[in-house]
Design a protein around this ligand. Sequence first.
Ligand SMILES: Cc1cc2nc3c(=O)[nH]c(=O)nc-3n(C[C@H](O)[C@H](O)[C@H](O)COP(=O)(O)OP(=O)(O)OC[C@H]3O[C@@H](n4cnc5c(N)ncnc54)[C@H](O)[C@@H]3O)c2cc1C
Length: 474
Amino acid sequence: MPPLDRRHFLAGAAGAGAAVLARPATAAPQKFDTDIVVIGAGAAGIAAARRILAADRRCVVLEASGRIGGRCVTDTKTFGVPFDRGAHWLWTPDFNPVAKLAPATGRDLYAAPPGQRVRIGRRWARESEREDFLVTWVKARRAIREAAERRTDVATASALSDLGGWGDTVEFLQGPLTCGADLANVSARDLARATEHTRAALCRQGLGSLVAALAADLPVRLDSPVTRINTWVRGGVEIDAPGGTIRARGVIVTVSTAVLAAGKIDFVPDLPRGHADALAKLSLGSLDHVALEMPGNPLGLQSDDLVFEKAESGESAAMLANVSGSALSLVRIAGPVGAALARKGEREMVAYALDWLERLFGSGVREAVRRTAASRWSEEPFVRGAVSVAAVGGHEARTALAAPVRDRVWFAGEATHETAWGTVGGAWQSGERAADEALKRLRLGPAADADPPPRPVRRRPPPPPPEPRSLWPF
Ligand SMILES: Cc1cc2nc3c(=O)[nH]c(=O)nc-3n(C[C@H](O)[C@H](O)[C@H](O)COP(=O)(O)OP(=O)(O)OC[C@H]3O[C@@H](n4cnc5c(N)ncnc54)[C@H](O)[C@@H]3O)c2cc1C
């Protein structure tokens, strides 16, 4: 194969695995096929690859599935309008790197309506009841922060006794709906550190479409599951994937903790104990979207209204109504209940969502539903869940997982972000962080003739929000 310049290399790599073996004009030493391999083309992998290319260094992104975006995917085929099977909200848009990049992709962002609509049985909660809910929410957040200051980490649930009538609701919103898990299994220290979501933006074309557009010019090889990472190689790494072994100076691994814990990638030698322990503490919780097409707005809700109920147990749900003004509403089911339903299948998930809606709005709602679809993230072989959750005592696991291995392997992905885990913005920042560290350690700073890389994203968390009048619980 003749040598390719970088432009051809990038274009070719998107479709043809062999392109990675070609050497661009700005050559690295002959023994390496590329400078850095990025594993996974989700938000973290895309951010890492963009950073490496901005430093005028070579990389290739190996993606196991047949598409880009990972847990961000917009399905436009099923309903003819955007259906985000995964992430939907861009939290804290003023600080969110993905929100900042949206205009350049031609995607429209708009502010999500603040607040939420709460059902109590078949009626709307009164203003005073909503006030009570917000008071309980603030009390719970304070209790979690206080619990995080104890000598040892505790289960978040143990910090939330005596919350009164709205206690189950708050526990459902903070546990299953935020973490995809019951609070009995969530570290209070980890949850206390999480950035609170008080504002959100939505993408009219779907968040998955935005994230995929940000990978438009990247050298991504699809259908390329990495099976082995060998660091017993002089000065570099060898990566095994269909199409052959790639030699690089370093590798950034962005796959989910569930994929890593399942041993889908064989590390040679084994990962250090600290990483193995971290993975054992960072399982993936369960979140899914059941999409319901309801033409004519039978529930009389506004565009992008967020609806939940005064819950009495973990058998609850929440709904994003009339997404971007369309006839599509997304019922989010989550936690152990959602995981059990996802195992059973799409039909059971839809039935659960319809039962829940009927409980809130009466039997007429069932007839109003036309087509349906559901995500099943825990059944996706290359993801195996929704968002990382730190088990009790696992509050240091994110930092431990982010530590480099032999200065050749860097980990990124939402699970490695200390305050914005479980989010697209957090995944993105983690990819940028890993790329910066790898470029520095591998002495691959910007080439002398290259433009300076973009200024690093400030990692200081945004200032704490004022006590909320309305809030985004998840
Ligand atoms: C239903 C749902 C709703 C959500 N809602 C929101 C929301 O509203 N807002 C928000 O900010 N976040 C939300 N999230 C979380 C958000 O989607 C994730 O935090 C983020 O997308 C994770 O990105 P990532 O790059 O870390 O991982 P991923 O997106 O999982 O990317 C990892 C990639 O690695 C690939 N891969 C796996 N194994 C291999 C292998 N062996 N070789 C090569 N590639 C491999 C995978 O196919 C995948 O593409 C939601 C998640 C779900 C599931």
